[in-house]
Design a protein around this ligand. Structure first.
Ligand code: NYM
Ligand code: MG
Length: 210
């Protein structure tokens, strides 16, 4: 049996990642399993959720960074065993978000390389789609935006710049920047679904790792 493929949807907040991830899974049915990071239902995920939603619950940037990474390791064995069993896995955020959001804080010593270290050894996706919205004004408009920590236009702009620095620092031939500016949900889906299908058709057996 060939192993399943790992597909990652990345991007800033409110770029349609969750919508597109869910559409991919709906399209492909039960050969695919979806995971969203942070996975808020685990013990570590509960702490992360509290940090994101409760301003009175503060943590040093290094600590919350390590928790986000630890949260990926909490779920890693499950993802690996699904891939081994031949199921495809779709991820809604993963390592790139982890590095970009933390490095964007520009804390001395917490550079991209420091931020990537705890994620080293996680499986690298067979396809990463970075949903790129160049129109940051759309960030302020949507329902519920601004409720969580990090959901501020000025910080999102920094995270966007940092994502591209992260992409320069982490070589990845399987990463595609998808411009979603002004595009409808269906237009984005019609752009990405052929890329997903192409990767699912590959019969590469080797895993790549961060
Ligand atoms: N986030 C997400 C991080 O800062 N580091 C990470 O490793 C991950 C996976 O969590 N603003 C941030 C990005 C988001 C926030 O994610 C919550 P979402 O996808 O909005 O639920
Ligand atoms: Mg969000």
């Amino acid at each position: 049996m060939t192993r399943g493929k790992l597909i990652l949807i990345e991007g800033l907040d409110r770029t349609g990642k969750s919508t597109q991830s869910e559409k991919i899974v709906k399209e492909l049915g039960d050969e695919v399993v979806l995971f969203k990071f942070p996975e808020r239902s685990t013990p570590i995920g509960g702490l992360i959720n509290q940090y994101l939603t409760d301003r009175s619950f503060d943590l040093p940037p290094q600590s919350i960074h390590l928790l986000f990474s630890a949260n990926r390791w909490e779920v890693n064995a499950k993802i690996c065993s699904l891939l081994e069993s031949g199921k495809h896995v779709v991820l809604d955020r993963y390592v790139y978000s982890g590095v970009a959001y933390s490095a964007a804080k520009q804390i001395p010593g917490m550079d991209i390389s420091w931020c990537l270290n705890p994620d080293k050894g996680l499986v690298k996706p067979d396809l990463t789609l970075f949903l790129s919205n160049q129109d940051s004004s759309s960030l302020q408009d949507r329902d519920g935006y601004g409720e969580e920590r990090y959901e501020k236009a000025a910080f999102q702009k920094k995270v966007r710049e940092t994502f591209f620095q992260v992409f320069d620092a982490i070589p990845d031939d399987n990463r595609v920047i998808v411009d979603v500016t002004g595009k409808s949900i269906e237009q984005v889906f019609d752009t990405i679904m052929p890329l997903v299908r192409k990767v699912l058709g590959n019969n590469s057996e080797d895993y790549l790792y961060f």
